[in-house]
Unconditional design. Structure first.
Length: 151
């Protein structure tokens, strides 16, 4: 769990660094900070559209992650939040001894969303099919008043 948050912090730092580079490139003029931040996110991460709905007393979350395999994705489900992180690295390989050109590609996705109501993370289930990640978690019980007994 700790490595998940360390990696999330590293991704945040990458966005922060790139946003600052964009800020400097524009002449270090204030007033467009959010624009720089969103542009940095767009450059560094692939967009991950989400759909959150309620189904049979459970929360259903669908995320589009085309091209990712299950082992390249990580989900952290909390009672009130979900975080989805994915990392994919591809290396073009050459079968000859003389390589004149070689490329590598990485693709990252990261999304953290507040949930509309509390869920039971330990009962959550996830499946990946045809580039769509589907997470289903039952609703947590509603808060109940507790009577206080006199001692």
């Amino acid at each position: 769990m700790e490595s998940f948050w360390n990696e999330a912090r590293d991704l945040f730092n990458k966005v922060e660094k790139r946003a600052y580079e964009l800020f400097e490139w524009r002449g270090a003029k204030h007033g467009r900070d959010l624009e720089d931040w969103f542009k940095a996110e767009n450059e560094l991460f692939k967009a991950m559209p989400l759909e959150i709905s309620e189904q049979d007393n459970a929360l259903l979350i669908r995320a589009e992650v085309p091209g990712f395999k299950a082992e390249e994705l990580e989900i952290n489900l909390e009672p009130g939040f979900i975080t989805i992180k994915g990392h994919q690295a591809k290396q073009t390989e050459s079968t000859t001894k003389k390589t004149y050109y070689s490329e590598s590609q990485t693709k990252d996705v990261f999304r953290k969303m507040a949930l509309p109501f509390a869920v039971l993370p330990e009962a959550g289930e996830a499946t990946l099919k045809d580039g769509v990640l589907e997470i289903k978690a039952p609703k947590a019980g509603e808060a109940k008043k507790v009577a206080i007994a006199a001692a």
